[in-house]
Design a protein around this ligand. Structure first.
Ligand SMILES: [Zn+2]
Length: 434
């Protein structure tokens, strides 16, 4: 089946038609629909390259009660994604070729997005011994990104060795920057609100000290470092300094850190418990400015679904994390586009082209041009919707945006030319043999 998207604004520019055939963009301009062509009305809509998430927790294998590759990638397609990086903190941990190939195959068979497994840096995420990095890179999953996300690679020598190892094959270490000694027992951001609430605080310096150390290690080794979910104004300053120095560092921010602050913790609703924690309004504004000036390169959802029992309990006992795949684009529009900080062209860069480049994901993050793979998302920027976690494709009901009215809705997602979302509804997965 061919698809003709009529009169869509490519990256927000003037309306034109886009013909999709054999998984690729076949023609652009003013096009008459031929036989065997399904017409998609793109009037008033913005066409972007399919989004690429550098940071998703799909939970499979091991925590299928929280999410599966099937449900997590359905959520990704609904959110406008055509590729996700699946974090390594599954059970068992993705620290061998066997586990990353399992996740890769589950993704391929599900057919909703490209699943790129992330390999663990250390065996069992224990921070003691490097995992089989080379074997994972050489496996069918072709792992390029390695991370102990959820836990920091705290040992500086192990971090140095990991950077040296991945340098050999153009890989990248994605660090969850959190000095463990400075955050023992921490429950929320350390500051005014934590003192009022009497909760143990999580100081900004715990994140910033690791980022400072790691950019220096990356410079020393000459390897690529990616900083996961940057959350403080001080972290932004360090990354800005490192980039000016020519260090190969990229950085990501989550949608929730672009909008929410630690004021939310006053509700004691565990849906707002997350790692790194929600910070102050000054941090939120610094993060937005850092995306606008290019210091922060990409949006990473850190989609972290949890079963109800892990969140419907008291604050101290609750799990950390929030869902994000189905709200990310709306939060980006709300915080960065509707505020005048970014254009849709910029959005394509931070949600698609750059994350694909960081993960070295082939056929993703490509320009919208004739001959390119048709990984696309069609967005209605004028739509408004109320977030209902029970209407989502993810198993996780832990959305911090529940009940909020957000702008922008995904009308269609094309995954290698196959519509995974049409008319704003999940359609069908792409057949695995396609
Ligand atoms: Zn993390």
């Amino acid at each position: 089946m061919n698809y003709l998207i009529q009169q869509a604004r490519i990256l927000g520019s003037e309306p034109q038609d886009v013909l999709i055939a054999d998984g690729r963009i076949a023609q652009l301009g003013s096009i008459e629909p031929g036989a065997d062509t399904q017409v998609v009305d793109g009037r008033g809509l913005v066409l972007l390259p399919g989004m690429v998430d550098p940071h998703t927790h799909l939970r499979e294998p091991g925590r299928e009660d929280a999410e599966t590759v099937e449900t997590g990638t359905r959520a990704a397609a609904r959110g406008g994604y055509t590729a996700v990086h699946a974090m390594a903190n599954s059970t068992p941990v993705a620290d061998t070729a066997g586990v990353v190939e399992q996740v890769y195959e589950l993704g391929r068979k599900a057919g909703w997005v490209d699943v790129r497994p992330v390999g663990a840096v250390t065996v069992g995420l224990e921070g003691k011994q490097l995992s089989e990095i080379g074997a994972m890179a050489d496996s069918r999953a072709q792992v390029k990104m390695f991370s102990d996300d959820g836990i920091c690679v705290a040992d500086p020598l192990l971090m140095r060795r990991a950077l040296e190892y991945v340098k050999a094959f153009d890989g990248v270490i994605a660090q969850h920057a959190q000095e463990p000694r400075l955050t023992e027992g921490a429950q929320m951001n350390e500051g005014e609100v934590s003192s009022v609430l009497g909760l143990p605080g999580w100081p900004a310096v715990a994140e910033e000290s690791i980022i400072a150390r790691d950019v220096l290690l990356a410079e020393h080794v000459g390897a690529r470092l990616h900083v996961c979910h940057v959350s403080t104004a001080g972290s932004v300053e360090i990354i800005r300094w490192a980039k000016a120095r020519g260090i190969q560092v990229t950085a990501e921010v989550t949608p929730h850190h672009l909008l929410l602050t630690d004021e939310k913790v006053r509700t004691f609703d565990p849906v707002f418990k997350v790692n790194p924690p929600l910070r102050r309004q000054e941090d939120v504004m610094a993060l937005r400015a850092a995306v606008a000036d290019g210091t922060i390169d990409v949006i990473g959802t850190d989609h972290a679904p949890h079963p109800a029992e892990s969140k419907e309990c008291e604050w101290g006992a609750a799990a950390m994390g929030m869902t994000g795949l189905e709200t990310a684009l709306s939060i980006v529009q709300h915080t960065l586009v509707d505020t005048g900080l970014l254009t849709w062209e910029d959005v394509a860069r931070i949600t698609s082209a750059t994350p694909a480049r960081i993960g070295r994901v082939a056929d993703q993050g490509r320009p919208i041009a004739v001959g390119e793979p048709a990984n696309l998302v069609l967005v209605d920027p004028d739509a408004r919707w109320i977030v209902d976690p029970y209407a989502m494709a993810t198993k996780g009901r832990n959305s911090p945006f529940a009940g909020m009215e957000l702008p922008g809705s995904v009308r269609a997602t094309f995954f290698h030319g196959h519509p995974t979302v049409l008319d704003g509804q999940l359609a069908t997965p792409r057949p695995a043999d396609a």
